[in-house]
Ligand binder design. Structure first.
Ligand code: 4AD
Ligand code: MG
Length: 476
């Protein structure tokens, strides 16, 4: 008999049908009821065992997380909340899970505990729901851009350039670090290295995506990126996935329109693809809110919040206007911001969250930041002080997208690189894009795990990626 996935069985299983299901036991109770899950859905199929006619030793092996194969008959369910169940005809244990050793019990474990069990945590309802939502969002990204005629472009993971000019890169080398070849100055001589020079793991595919935009018109990347910043927060990973569209002939307004449209599309797509998972996560979120102090609770439930973001325009204002708003705010006047507000500061998450959660109560797009706190490649405004940058800020998250219109004048770009100490040599090809057929263009980067965080309502970024990498943490 051909196996049917539990999701399909629950949706369309006909009474009387003979079926085979395989999966892992969630629970086995009253020596009779197996709740079986195979990862295709958050829901279990209930399989009812005729215990009087089943070998007792076999029943004992029906422990949480044992892998089983069941041939059975679909019948109407007596229990509430489920349409069907199956009565077991034959039962085979494919793999035992000794309950004295198996670390996850059918009770609630803390997310911290589950992080130490990254190989087993997807067997829990919460984590499997998050992973399915993550998958739907990844699929949604490809669907959104392909429907718009964007080309998916693969940019390198090993790179010789620092795309953000921030110097937060992991080096990739095959020199023997215990006994490295040295230059006359006593530094490691990377000429002896595999690539003949020092290379890094990419912090962003943007610069290469610009090559794509300046030839194919509209492209996007979607790949892993790496940051060696020592940020031990609930929003940062050392390895995260980023979506970076890059478009020729787009100005900053076009860029903002695309970012807003994309996020709304992704939220709608996840709600359409994962209604059961999101209903479960909505309840989890509500529970979690209850355990928070009153002033930190979200006004809306998870699903209401997703609908709200999808249905309402994002607030758009300049950095300079945002500084004015912050200076007029109560926390500023009462000296309650930890980090003082003044034109020129890099906004801290307390400021971003004030704007989004207290002032505007919706996602906010800030534009035209001071040039000194932004990357070398952003297009300069005529005021000589600001650049055509945009950050999209989200409730509970802070920055979810960073982007800009790009500097398309060769002269302005090289001057800015000199001012910021960005070497020309390794970016000669990037500069040539401005020399041969330069054109206005724009793009942005969406942190994939940050949108997964928002949509799933989880509160720590380490719980939305299967194998998180963070400072002092790469155990799996
Ligand atoms: O603002 P960032 O650094 O921008 C860039 O890398 C540009 N090159 C993007 C572009 O214009 N093509 O990063 C973009 C987004 C952030 O808004 C955030 O969502 C996410 O990437 N991000 C991180 N996510 C998880 N962990 C980290 N350490 C992250 N750093 C950035
Ligand atoms: Mg940024």
């Amino acid at each position: 008999m051909k196996r049917i996935k539990i999701k399909d069985l629950l949706a369309s299983g006909e009474i009387g049908a003979k079926v085979t299901v395989k999966g892992w036991v969630r629970t086995f109770r009253s020596n009779r009821f197996i709740a079986l899950n195979d990862g295709s859905t958050i829901n279990n199929i209930q399989a009812v065992v005729d215990f009087e006619n089943t070998d007792e030793d076999l029943l004992k092996r029906l422990t949480t997380s044992a892998a089983v194969s069941i041939d059975g008959t679909v019948v109407e369910s007596q229990g509430k909340g489920q349409r069907i169940e199956i009565t077991v005809d034959t039962l085979e244990i494919l793999g035992d899970a000794d309950p004295d050793e198996y670390p996850l019990q059918p009770k609630k474990h803390s997310l911290e505990f589950l992080r130490e069990k990254a190989h087993l945590r997807p067997r829990t309802q919460t984590m499997s729901a998050v992973y399915r939502v993550r998958n739907a969002l990844a699929y949604g990204i490809h669907k959104f851009f392909n429907e718009k005629g964007f080309m998916y472009m693969h940019t390198p993971i090993i790179t010789g350039s620092d795309a953000e000019g921030a110097g937060e890169m992991f080096k990739v080398t095959n020199v023997d670090l215990k006994n490295p070849p040295l230059t006359e100055e006593g530094e490691i001589d990377f000429k002896e290295d595999f690539f003949g020079k020092a290379v890094n793991l990419s912090v962003s595919g943007q610069l290469e995506a610009e090559v794509g935009a300046m030839s194919m018109g509209e492209v996007y990347t979607f790949g892993p990126t790496f940051r060696a910043e020592n940020s031990n927060t609930t929003r940062h990973l050392a390895e995260f996935w980023m979506i970076e569209p890059e478009m020729a002939f787009y100005d900053l307004d076009d860029n903002m329109d695309l970012a807003e449209e994309m996020i709304k599309y992704l939220i709608d797509f996840a709600m359409e693809q994962c209604p059961d998972d999101l209903a479960f996560l909505d309840q989890r979120y509500a529970q979690e809110q209850k355990s928070k102090p009153q002033n930190e609770r979200s006004d809306l439930g998870l699903l209401d919040r997703l609908k709200f973001v999808s249905d309402n325009n994002f607030e758009r204002l300049t950095y300079t206007e945002a500084i004015d708003v912050l200076k007029r705010s109560k926390p500023f006047k009462k000296g309650k911001f930890k980090y003082p507000v003044d034109w020129g500061i890099d906004l801290q998450s307390e400021h971003e969250r004030y704007l989004v959660e207290k002032e505007f109560k919706k996602p906010v797009i800030l534009t035209d930041y001071p040039k000194d706190i932004k990357s070398f490649y952003m297009k300069q405004n005529d005021d000589g002080k600001t650049v055509r940058a945009m950050d999209v800020l989200f409730p509970g998250i802070g920055e979810i997208i960073g982007g800009s219109q790009r500097e398309d004048s060769l002269e302005k770009l090289t001057t800015r690189m000199d001012e910021m100490g960005v070497p020309h040599e390794e970016l000669w090809w990037y500069l040539e894009l401005r020399k041969f057929g330069t054109a206005p263009h724009s793009g942005f980067g969406l942190g994939f795990e940050r949108i997964v965080l928002f949509v799933s309502g989880m509160s720590n970024i380490r719980d939305v990626i299967p194998f998180p990498r963070a400072p002092k943490s790469a155990d799996f």
